[in-house]
Write a protein that binds this ligand. Sequence first.
Ligand SMILES: C[S@@+](CC[C@H](N)C(=O)[O-])C[C@H]1O[C@@H](n2cnc3c(N)ncnc32)[C@H](O)[C@@H]1O
Length: 280
Amino acid sequence: MTDSAQTLPVPEAVGKLYDRLTLSAMNDGAFNPNVHIGYWDTPDSEASIEEAMDRLTDVFIDRMRVGDSSHVLDLGCGVGGPGLRVVARTGARVTGISISEEQIKTANRLAAEAGVADRAVFQHGDAMKLPFADETFDAVMALESLCHMPDRQQVLTEVCRVLVPGGRLVLTDVFERFPRKEVRHPGIDKFCNGLMSTMADVDDYVALLHRSGLRLRGIVDVTEQTTLRTGQELAKLATVEDRPAALDESNFHFPEDDFQPSDLAGVDDFGCLLVTAERP
Ligand SMILES: C[S@@+](CC[C@H](N)C(=O)[O-])C[C@H]1O[C@@H](n2cnc3c(N)ncnc32)[C@H](O)[C@@H]1O
C-alpha cells in the first residue's frame, strides 16, 4: 500500500493534534522531553524506556557525524528533547521545526532553561516547504516525523535542498513488515487514524531517496530494537499499580478514547526503519 492509498495527513491538523497532546502532557504534571519510541541495542538490555529514548537519539548522533561547528536541522522536533541532547553531546547548533505551536513554545522554554538558547532554536513551520535557504545544514535528523507528512517525496526533496553536499540525513519511519497481511492488524489502522500517520512502503524507500537527490547509506529494519520492544515495555507499565503516572512518565499516555500504545503491543508487522542518506 503506498501513501496515495492511505488517508493523507493534513499538516495543520497534525499541528493541532500535537498542540493537544503537549498541553495534556503538561497538565498531567509528569513531562518527558522525548516524543518517540525507545532503542534497545540487545534483547537482554535492561534500559528503562526513558534511557532507551535517549539511546535512540544517540544512535542518530553516531550516524549524523556532527561536531561543534555543525548546524543540524531537527525535522519534526517535538518539544526539543532530541535536539537539546544533540547540542549537549556534540556542541552542534540545532534548529528545530515543528508544525505544533505548543511544542515550539515548550522547546524554546526548555532550551532557555538549559542555558543553550543561543545553540538551540525551535520554530514553527511545515516540513513540506522548509523556510530555509539551500545548503543551510550539515545534517538533518527526523525522529518519527515523516509518518505524519502527506508526501514523503516532497519532504525528502526539501531535505536534500537544505543539506550541504556531503551532509547526512538520518530518520526513522514506520512500515509494514513482510509478509504483508491481506488485512491490516486493527492496531495499525488505529495508529494511522488516531495519530494522523501513514505507513511507508519499504520497497519504495530507496527510489524515494534517489528521486530526491539523496544517496542511500543504510537502511535497517530496527523493529525488534524499537517499536516491538517499546510495545512490550509499555504493556509491562500498564500492569503496574500507578498506571497513569507510569505511562505519563513514559510520555505515552494518550486520552482514553484515542489510540493507545497497547493497541500495537506484540504486533510485529508494525515495523520501524532506520535510514541514513547523504547529499552527494
Ligand atoms: C512523534 S513526534 C516526534 C517528535 C520528536 N522528533 C521526538 O522524537 O521527540 C512527530 C513530530 O513531527 C512533527 N510534524 C509532523 N508533521 C509535520 C510537518 N508537516 N512539518 C513539521 N513538523 C511536523 C510534529 O509536530 C511532531 O513534532
